[in-house]
Design a protein around this ligand. Structure first.
Ligand code: GNR
Ligand code: NI
Length: 172
């Protein structure tokens, strides 16, 4: 397994729409293993493949709390089948938008269909943090960041600060 570099905004690669996976094979499982290791090291609770520069429809997640048994989850080609009308607000963060946290409102529950680590088709009802995190990750597959759900003023302010931080970290 390997830890890969996480891309941060404003990077045009994060705006790509990721492509469906054709086959869940050993090569894809290497990618999923690397994503999980990268996510744990960050640390984060979810990661979409595009965040390490791979435009494939793959998500990994682990919502276990500190001290609990790890609960790695893998979603390949996930599709949201239904969402609830009732909404929930969570304070979100993103490994690709470091150091910013804001409330985002999303459907409180959703049903997802996906392929698992073995390539088996599955369906799952998601609520609470799982529903929020899954929708956050699904957005990444469409090139959308949580800051795209905020006001334009707030988003532009954050992007400006992120660009400035980048210049400081990676002088040309
Ligand atoms: O680690 C993460 N925490 C988080 C908190 C609230 C809502 C969504 C998330 S996902 C984020 C990791 C990440 O950027 N995934 O794309
Ligand atoms: Ni994110």
């Amino acid at each position: 397994m390997a830890i890969r570099e996480i891309i941060t905004a404003p990077d045009p690669r994060l705006k790509q729409v990721s492509k469906p996976v054709e086959k869940v094979d050993d090569e894809l499982r290497v990618l999923m293993d690397d994503m999980l290791e990268t996510m744990y090291a960050a640390p984060g609770i979810g990661l979409a493949a595009i965040q390490i520069g791979v435009p494939k429809r793959v998500i990994v997640m682990d919502l276990a709390r500190e001290g609990e048994e790890p609960q790695p989850r893998y979603f390949v080609n996930p599709e949201i089948l239904t969402t609830s009308e009732d909404m929930a607000v969570y304070e979100e963060g993103c490994l690709s938008v470091p150091d910013f946290y804001e409330d985002v409102e999303r459907p409180a529950t959703c049903r997802v269909r996906y392929l698992d680590y073995q390539g088996e088709i599955r369906e799952h009802d998601c609520d609470e943090m799982l529903a929020t995190c899954l929708q956050h990750e699904m957005d990444h597959l469409e090139g959308i960041l949580f800051i795209d759900h905020l006001s334009r003023t707030k988003r532009e302010m954050m992007l400006k600060k992120l660009a400035k931080q980048k210049k400081f970290k990676e002088p040309a």
